[in-house]
Design a binder for this molecule. Structure first.
Ligand code: CU
Length: 530
């Protein structure tokens, strides 16, 4: 039997009743911060500023069209995560981490010059034994990817297309896709877990007319919540755990002692007694969450990573793996004058302070959000069986994970044809749940089905040990990241649309991604299939 222990650890389900500080186990002998000794809810929730264009530039598609153009500089910053802690050194965009939030509309293209203004030395521990992070390479490198974006390949932030301090790269985002919450983040080969942990991520919203027509809460009633854990020391310093091998400090997973929302520890937000739209995102390196509000109050989930669900789904909890997003509506009206906590199981994360009185709330909650049809399996022209594998050393310590037992540098093996649909079967042979993300595309979950992993490894045959489970109603929309549970075959159906060219697919546990759990794939024109 495959143990589900590690999945439970990730969600914190085993930790019910424990404080965050009891959970954390840094490999170093440093005195760690005990967040439970800090006063909670003394800092207001920061809302990142909206990014502003600094001019117009001709579209790469059609020079007669001018697109808004942005300059986003990656810089070292100092930021206070809590009133009673000294400022923390991080890397941000402009002057903040998370960086400024992009607001744009469907079919409104834009151009971003991503500028590396970081120092020459990294402040987090690089593992030079990892592929793509060798000692002969510059320490500080960056390349930015727009997660969830239907982006041309040369603008997608390929992990090997990094650039050093003093250099920049320009990306064109056509935004020819539906309303959704995307995010931008570093994707540099071999060090992306460190660059994101340092702070290089931010949010990106695409709007459209279908969204406008729903008349959902907006403006100050729509709150982005980017949640991520970090390991902080009592002096406010950001610590990244290391292994006990100085020459190879990589660790298979990182769980911080402090859970931040938009960069603050235990923030509060003053709200009116009315409906709010909460845009939640898990920006952690490896932690899973199971979010709830108050004492399991009911909220309405209205969207997943790639836009609206067909209809609102009532729920009391939502599980989120790294890089997953949910869109939800919560009505504070019955809670006037109360304080409502956002929790992940036993962990308190932030506080909503509901005013006693407010202005009337005209926002309806439409019973239908969008037309949506499930893609028939019969439309798939190809089914690929792809394993998720763990390499163990002689004493059963993880040496990292692989996709389809194939390291990054091997030739491309997945070459879907543009404008065709494929089914990918993610055969998870590890003891971990892995959030699997494909660049460029959106997909639907078909089902998850447990199987005998020993028989598969022994004979290569699939023997199912239980029925196929369809996606939960909260996952039954367009996704770009899917949780592949251990001992389970997770099937997704993917239309390959938009562009031909080289992209990547990978696990979004950043420690796994940086250590070979990432593969290139290539969308090709018909006739050159592989
Ligand atoms: Cu993984």
């Amino acid at each position: 039997m495959i143990s589900r222990r590690r999945f439970l650890e990730r969600t914190g389900i085993l930790a019910a009743g424990m404080s965050i500080s009891q959970l954390s186990s840094p490999q170093s002998q440093l005195t760690t911060l005990d967040p439970d000794k800090l006063s909670p809810y003394v800092d207001p929730l920061p809302i990142p500023q909206i990014a502003q264009p600094n001019g117009m530039r001709p579209s790469p598609d059609d020079a007669s069209i001018k697109l808004p153009s942005y300059r986003m500089a990656m810089r070292p910053i100092e930021s206070k995560v809590h009133r009673d802690l000294p400022a923390t050194r991080m890397w941000g965009f402009g002057s903040s981490s998370p960086g400024p939030t992009f607001e744009t509309r469907s079919n409104q293209g834009l151009i971003v010059e991503w500028v590396n203004e970081l120092p020459q030395r990294h402040f987090l521990p690089i593992d030079h034994t990892l592929h793509g992070a060798e000692k002969n390479l510059p320490e500080v490198r960056s390349v930015i990817h727009l997660h969830g974006g239907k982006t041309p390949p040369d603008s997608d932030g390929y992990p090997e297309h990094w650039y050093v301090p003093g250099k920049s790269a320009t990306s064109h985002y056509p935004n020819r896709q539906e309303a959704a919450m995307l995010f931008y983040h570093d994707h540099t080969m071999g060090i992306n877990r460190l660059n994101i942990y340092a702070g290089l991520q931010g949010m990106y919203f695409i709007r459209d007319e279908a969204e406008d027509a729903l008349k959902l809460p907006r403006g100050k009633y729509e709150i982005p919540l980017l949640v991520y854990d970090r390991f902080l020391l009592p002096d406010g310093r950001l610590e990244y755990p290391v292994s006990d091998k100085p020459e190879s400090p990589w660790v298979p997973e990182v769980f911080g002692n402090a859970i931040l929302v938009n960069g603050k520890l235990f923030p509060y937000l003053e709200v009116e007694p009315r409906k709010y739209r909460l845009r939640l995102m898990n920006g952690s390196n490896g932690r899973f969450y199971r979010f709830s509000l108050g004492k399991l109050l009911t909220f309405q989930q209205i969207g997943t990573e790639q836009g609206f669900l067909p209809a609102p789904v009532a729920a009391q909890r939502v599980v989120m793996a790294p890089a997953e997003r949910v869109d939800l509506i919560f009505d504070f009206a019955p809670h006037a004058g109360e304080n409502i906590l956002l929790r992940s199981d036993a962990f308190e994360i932030m506080q909503f302070r509901v005013a006693a009185k407010g202005t009337p709330d005209p926002s309806p909650l439409p019973p239908a959000l969008r037309s949506f049809s499930r893609i028939p399996e019969s439309s798939a022209v190809k089914t690929r069986r792809l394993t998720l594998d763990e390499r163990m050393d002689l004493i059963r310590q993880s040496m990292g994970m692989l996709l389809n037992n194939t390291p990054w540098h091997m030739p491309v093996t997945e070459k879907p044809v543009l404008n065709t649909t494929e089914i990918w079967e993610l055969v998870n042979l590890t003891e971990d749940a892995h959030p699997i993300h494909l660049h460029l595309v959106r997909f639907q979950i078909l089902d998850r089905r447990p199987f005998d992993t020993f028989e598969f490894q022994d004979k290569g045959t699939v023997r199912f040990t239980g029925p196929a489970i369809p996606p939960a109603p909260t996952e039954a929309g367009w996704k770009d990241t899917v949780r592949a549970d251990p001992g389970v075959i997770t099937r997704i159906i993917i239309p390959f649309e938009g562009f031909t060219g080289r992209y990547v697919w990978h696990c979004h546990i950043l420690e796994h991604e940086d250590n070979e759990m990432m593969r290139p794939y290539e969308v090709v024109v018909a006739g050159s299939s592989g």
